[in-house]
Design a binder for this molecule. Structure first.
Ligand code: XMP
Length: 320
């Protein structure tokens, strides 16, 4: 049973001091490694690890081909300014090969988990001398995995998987008692720029969590282009999270006077405190219309745009 630290209970300097000490103690004079995605959880873990271990923490950004436009360069740049060196590793082909032909959500998540931890990251760890992996698992990830709602790609022990046995390394999870709001507060205190600590959440499986059906480079590119429009348009809405989802069903449309059996994008924009429950934001119709026009104009193949109005539960925030 993991003891939650609520936002009200969180004493940030004390939390940071304790976690830095715990990381130092666990790693001893060895090395640790972590994967940075640029999301708030992995960014906070990177800073905690850097504070605790300095150059003995190796931080890698795995370019899995599923990230948003320009993401690896942008994230590595933010950390460079903070004095943290980030190695960007190109693993696009391995991820797409593993995802080929799979459309079941849990199988997709499993393929990404296996490719990430066993193949790509496992290889990087074996080639380094690190015995410890720092990971940004938060309490919501654990809750939902245990409840069988959705397997979060960064939860092992609660699933009965021994990372030492399965992948050959020990995992340290300094954020596991926190929820998203607490993580942001710690990130701010650690000196992360607002672009990082206040970033909307982005899932481990990245855009693959937003492509219903098979994940191919082309389909990811469609979701990526739509994401660019949605993030650009909704960034000042002060909502919890917003996204574009590519549907598997196709619908009849008309383009240039001709029938076009095209694809559909679903927009989701959530109000939420901690991702456990969420309600669709009451966006104005003007914003929705603007989103629709820009997506249809800028994303090839899209003839239909919808807005999700279901709450979580029974919906989940991501589609996969
Ligand atoms: P769901 O879709 O389960 O998402 O309602 C709850 C929150 O978690 C994010 N999410 C993930 N985060 N690894 C992560 O680190 C994952 O595999 C993952 N899947 C979903 C999601 O974006 C939302 O904020």
């Amino acid at each position: 049973m993991i003891k939650e630290i609520t936002l009200q209970e969180l004493n940030t300097p004390e939390f940071i001091g304790t976690k830095v000490e715990e990381i130092r103690k666990a790693v001893g004079d060895g090395n640790a490694i972590n994967a940075l995605s640029g999301g708030v959880d992995s960014s906070v873990v990177t800073m905690l690890g850097h504070k605790a271990l300095g150059h003995r923490l190796k931080t890698v950004f795995i370019e899995n081909g599923l990230m948003r436009a320009g993401e690896s360069v942008q994230v590595a740049g933010f950390f460079e300014e903070l004095g943290v060196v980030v190695d960007v590793v190109d693993a696009r082909q391995e991820f797409f090969a593993a995802l080929q032909g799979i459309s079941d959500p849990e199988e997709k998540r499993e393929a990404i988990t296996q490719t990430f931890y066993k193949n790509v990251f496992g290889r990087i760890i074996r080639e380094s001398s690190a015995k410890f992996l720092l990971q940004g698992t938060i309490l919501t990830d654990v809750d939902e995995t245990v409840a069988g709602i959705k397997r979060q790609h960064n939860v092992f022990e609660q699933l009965g998987i021994d990372p030492q046995e399965a992948f050959g390394y020990r995992i340290l999870e300094p954020l596991i008692q926190l929820r998203k709001d607490g993580v942001r507060k710690v990130g701010k205190a650690l000196g992360l720029p607002k672009e990082l600590f206040d970033r909307i959440p982005f899932p481990g499986p990245a855009l693959a969590a937003r492509v219903i059906g098979e994940v191919t480079p082309e389909r990811i590119e469609t979701a990526r282009k739509a994401t660019l429009v949605v993030e650009r348009t909704l960034k000042n809405t002060k909502t919890f999270q917003y996204m574009a989802i590519l549907h598997e069903d196709r619908v009849t449309g008309i383009r240039d006077g001709k029938r076009d059996f095209g694809q559909q994008i679903e927009i989701r924009c959530w109000d939420s405190i901690d991702a456990r429950k969420a309600t669709p934001a009451r966006l104005s119709f003007e914003i929705l219309e603007q989103l629709s026009q820009e997506i249809i104009h800028e994303v090839p193949g899209i003839v239909s745009v919808t807005y999700n109005i279901a709450t979580k539960p029974p919906s989940t925030i991501e589609a996969v």
